[in-house]
Design a protein around this ligand. Structure first.
Ligand code: PEP
Ligand code: MG
Length: 582
């Protein structure tokens, strides 16, 4: 039966394919595809872990005191029975053999199937066995953790659709459906072949959504119970423009969306022709279109759409999901240098690490503070970890010897933070001199993403060569709306008069003092915002490569002479959204 689930649109376009469910589990589980020649080893890994848990439970059973509660003995019996159930083990192996899922994914996929069956049971005793099953799976997962192969895995090639058991056609697209995905997980899936994805939770500018947007595939977040309602292999349509997922579509609906999809592809083809067209408005204003990247390899995407530089390299992605083992100076230097060389002489803006809030260093160690977004995040974290910060600064300064580098500092708000940051940069340079190591010049920029910073522009412009407005956080902190929380997503308003005022003042103050101001938040890559930003005087936009051509098209059609007066009226309005709609 066809039904639809509504969420928040993240990345545009239509995807039609079979659902691949990334199961939710209390233990964080890596999901990746293995190669066919790894099947045996993967099954063996599972067997070893299962046997280890059986041994552990049998030891417990043997050493149980006589006066132990009888429920405990009964529970151990049930757990051992589940572990030794051959039919269950067979089904788990099938996920590995037929789908090429890694062992952990296979385990939680089967868990998900059984949990649904338990939930449908009438008998309360049997229903409660669900908890036993979950505990057993968790134990096995914990045993496998140490022995897990890295998450990075080769993507399934299209020809693998057969091996994945997804029907006769060679190219059935796969759509990822998950409760939640961390930004680090998302980055892994970036290397994969998913045609679209949906998550139950998340806001439009959460970092998971941002990475998804960089994958340039239709995506919906905040779809509430999608991962419960959709089943493995269901046919689904993702409408990334409307933020809707349609499950089990009828032939008429499929045909309609197939048509929409082809229209979208034609539009992309048209936009691709703009790659080498200079971004100049009708009245001759030159606009700089820069790329946001998460890893050095993204520079190829940036050049592919004609970006004239990188406006934001989110360096924290080098640090995430490494279970506490941070990249050393050499590894960082190699990554920054690769990005600089990848841009072939065009400038690269490297932002110092912005870890914390919805970008945890390690998914397994979630921030337990009540308000992580207001806590030890970004520059606050860097200043609290001076050795780590100096290592990063040295690596960036060394990479600057290979090309044009701008160094950007996130989340600054206080004069003392600015002073300390500048001192650290001087110190990093002095350390390199002392070692006799080559380094290059950098221009220094500050992100304006805390309202306090937007209200202290003179302080910032005194110390920095340029500013970059992080509208994602500026909106979050101005409106007190968690950008990653779908339950308040309707209040996350990029057109709130207070947000526009802070943005307009930053652009104007930069222009007055002759210092470049860029916007690198998601707003810069939203083509419905381009005219307004141009009208407010913005001439430098940084966004995901996938958005650059659509924004360029808006620029080519714009006349800033006319837009300036209109932008002032939007700024003066109590309800700017109404003026933008016309
Ligand atoms: C922003 O806040 O707008 C920004 C670009 O930084 P991030 O999204 O990484 O927090
Ligand atoms: Mg930010």
């Amino acid at each position: 039966m066809t039904f639809s689930i509504h969420g928040l649109p993240v990345a545009r376009g239509i995807a039609i394919g079979r659902a691949v469910l990334v199961a939710s589990s209390r233990v964080d589980v890596a999901h990746y595809f293995i190669e066919p020649d790894q099947i045996k080893a993967e099954i063996e890994r599972l067997r070893v872990a299962r046997n280890a848990v059986i041994d552990e439970l049998q030891r417990l059973q043997a050493t149980m005191p006589r006066d132990a509660p009888p429920e405990l003995a009964a529970m151990l019996d049930v757990h051992l029975m589940l572990l030794q159930d051959e039919a269950l083990a067979y089904e788990i192996r099938r996920w590995i053999k037929e789908r090429l899922y890694n062992a952990e994914w296979a385990l939680v996929s089967q868990l998900e199937v059984l949990v649904r069956q338990f939930d449908e049971m009438e008998d309360p005793y049997l229903r409660e066995r669900k908890a036993d099953l979950e505990q057993v799976v968790e134990r096995v997962l914990l045993h496998m953790k140490g022995a897990a192969t890295p998450v990075a895995a080769p993507p399934p090639r299209p020809a693998r659709q057969h091996e994945l058991g997804l029907g006769d056609t060679q190219d059935v697209p796969l759509v990822l459906v998950a409760h939640d995905l961390s930004p680090a997980d998302m980055l892994q899936f970036k290397k994969s072949v998913f045609a679209g994805f949906v998550t139950d939770v998340g806001g439009k500018t959460s970092h998971t959504a941002i990475v998804a947007r960089s994958m340039d595939i239709p995506a919906v977040v905040g779809a509430r119970s999608a991962s419960h309602l959709v089943r493995q292999d269901d046919w689904v349509i993702i409408d990334g423009d409307a933020g809707v997922m349609i499950v089990d579509p009828s032939p008429i609906i499929l045909a309609e969306y197939g048509f929409k999809q082809r229209q979208g592809e034609l539009e992309r083809g048209r936009l691709a022709r703009l790659k080498n067209t200079p971004a100049v408005t009708l009245d001759g204003q030159r606009v700089e279109l820069l790329a946001n990247i998460e890893q050095p390899a993204d520079t190829a995407l940036a050049l592919g759409v004609g970006a004239v530089g990188v406006g934001l390299f989110r360096s924290e992605f080098l640090f995430m999901g490494r279970e506490g083992k941070l990249p050393d100076e050499e590894e960082q230097y190699a990554a920054y240098r690769a990005a600089v060389e990848g841009m072939m002489g065009l400038p690269v803006t490297i932002r110092t690490i912005d870890i914390g809030a919805d970008k945890p260093l390690d998914d397994r160690r979630a921030d337990t503070h009540l308000n992580p977004a207001l806590g030890l995040r970004a520059i606050r974290w860097s200043l609290a970890e001076p050795a780590m910060f100096l290592t990063q600064l040295r690596a960036i300064l060394r990479a600057a010897a290979h090309g044009r580098v701008h160094l950007l500092v996130p989340m600054l708000a206080h004069a003392s933070e600015i002073r300390q940051t500048l001192e650290m940069i001087d110190k990093a340079r002095a350390q390199l001199d002392q070692r006799g190591q080559v380094h290059g010049p950098v221009t220094l920029g500050a992100m304006i993403e805390v309202p306090a910073a937007a209200l202290s522009l003179r302080l910032f412009l005194r110390h920095f060569d340029f500013l970059s407005v992080g509208t994602n956080d500026l909106i979050q902190y101005t409106l007190a709306i968690d950008r990653a929380d779908e339950s308040v997503a309707h209040l996350y308003d990029q057109l709130h008069p207070a947000v526009l005022r802070l943005l307009a003042d930053t652009i104007a103050e930069g222009a007055r003092q002759g210092k470049p101001v860029s916007v690198c938040g998601e707003m810069a890559g939203d083509p419905t915002m381009t005219r307004l930003l141009l009208g407010l005087g913005l001439r430098s936009f940084s966004m995901h490569p996938s958005q650059i051509l659509a924004v360029k098209q808006e620029i080519l059609r714009a006349d800033t002479d006319k837009l300036t007066a209109w932008a002032q009226s939007v700024l003066d309005s109590d309800e700017p959204a109404a003026l933008l709609a016309v």
